[in-house]
Design a binder for this molecule. Structure first.
Ligand code: PLP
Length: 395
């Protein structure tokens, strides 16, 4: 007998994938230019030229045996040192190469961190709306997932609900800002309040409660908004970073985990990260990519295009009468469904070839996610459909 749980996971496609597959079918039937697919979070802008130039230079000039060979399990030392320096320079946070673990993107960073921290029976808190894979990763690590809904008015943390949810079994809370699916950036005020609450709870229960800061969208912010760097506010923090979105390299699978030196017994926690990486087979992240990102830290793809898309969509949708908050980051809009059942609304949107994702999968019913990492042309062509769609609800 094989693992039924894994078989089930493998057979069940996520709702987002289902919608994307439906889009593929429609693209074949009516032509790609007539399908307005806002389902996936796949960057639509290319990696900056400098990334390609770095890769070509490395391929042409670096010793190929070293370039394509195994690095240390936790990543090449020079790469980890460059990242540690970058963390110090950009965020003013203490860091060190011996606290960085190179990974295959944020997904691997999260699974490794959760496996490093969680013991059977522990609880992990996720803040809804949340990236649906958190549940899969946390449960596989042996945790029970507790969902705490954010405040509906601004999608910041609901502290009374969070306080209720924390108990002596709470091992970690996953914090994702800028957020997928809402695009919301947690304010400094929220991060300070979160830190105070967690410190109080750690003292009360004489336990460690870790923040797992999932930050693949850190650099995707608009209008000069600052994203607080959580290790500067709360000691027991692990940062799960990825270059998938900032450098538009999602298929290359490269990211890292940073264990803050302020984490209690940080070298043991880092050892547990290395152990979890080993146990999961996530050692020695792709070497060409490690060397490439080390030379391009802090750079981003041309995110002005996302900003433009965000403004066009937000302005048009609010003008038509939809309810949504202007997001400060990532490349998602989270919009209130004009009818209570967001699934029914998404089905109705298909009439106009508009493909959007119900919030239910993100733990937040009555809302839909619109990914605007698509061409501006597609957005402009879709607007008439969005307008007609809401008019249906006005009778
Ligand atoms: N975390 C969030 C919030 C995401 O949206 C994603 C991907 O979309 C990931 C993690 C996984 O990112 P990666 O491609 O780096 O594994």
């Amino acid at each position: 007998m094989i693992s039924e749980k894994m078989m089930e996971l493998g057979k069940k496609r996520s709702v987002i994938r289902e919608i994307f597959e439906y889009g593929n079918k429609r693209r074949q039937e009516i032509g790609a230019e007539n399908v307005f697919d806002f389902s996936l979070g796949n960057p639509s802008i290319p990696a900056p030229d400098v990334v390609k130039e770095t890769m070509l230079r490395l391929i042409n000039e670096k010793d190929p045996v070293k370039l394509h060979g195994y690095t240390s399990a936790q990543g090449d030392l020079s790469v980890r040192s460059a990242i540690a320096e970058d963390i110090k320079n950009r965020f003013g946070a203490a860091s060190g190469a011996d606290l960085i673990y190179m990974t295959c993107g944020a997904a691997a960073s999260l699974t490794i961190s959760l496996n490093a921290l969680v013991r059977d029976g522990d609880e992990v808190i996720v803040l809804a709306p949340f990236f649906p894979e958190y549940r899969v990763f946390a449960e596989k690590a042996g945790a029970k997932v507790r969902v705490v809904k954010c405040r509906e008015e601004d999608l910041q943390i609901d502290f009374s609900a969070l306080q209720e949810a924390i108990n002596e079994k709470t091992k970690a809370i996953i914090v994702n800002s800028p957020n997928n699916p809402s695009g919301v950036v947690l304010s400094e005020e929220t991060i300070i309040e979160l830190s105070k609450l967690l410190e109080r709870k750690q003292n009360e229960y004489k336990t460690e409660i870790y923040v797992i800061a999932d930050e693949p969208y850190r650099e995707l912010v608009y209008g000069g908004i600052e994203v607080p760097y959580i290790p500067n506010y709360y000691d027991n923090t692990l940062v799960c970073y990825s270059f998938s979105k900032s450098l538009s390299l999602p298929g290359e699978r490269i990211g890292y985990i940073f264990v803050s030196p302020k984490v209690n017994n940080c070298s043991d926690v880092y050892a547990a990260v290395c152990g979890a990486g080993r146990a999961l087979g996530f050692v020695c992240a792709p070497s060409l990519l490690q060397y490439t990102v080390a030379e391009n830290l802090g750079k981003t793809a041309n995110i002005e295009i996302y900003d433009k898309n965000r403004n066009i969509l937000y302005d048009a949708l609010t003008e038509y009468g939809y309810e949504l908050a202007r997001p400060d980051g990532a490349f998602y809009l989270f919009m209130k469904s004009p009818e209570e059942d967001a699934n029914a609304f998404c089905e109705r949107a298909k009439k106009y070839e508009i493909l959007i994702v119900p919030g239910d999968d993100f733990g937040f019913e009555g809302y839909v996610r619109i990914s605007y990492c698509v061409s501006t042309e597609m957005i402009l062509k879709s607007l008439d459909g969005f307008k007609k769609l809401i008019e249906e609800y006005r009778g």
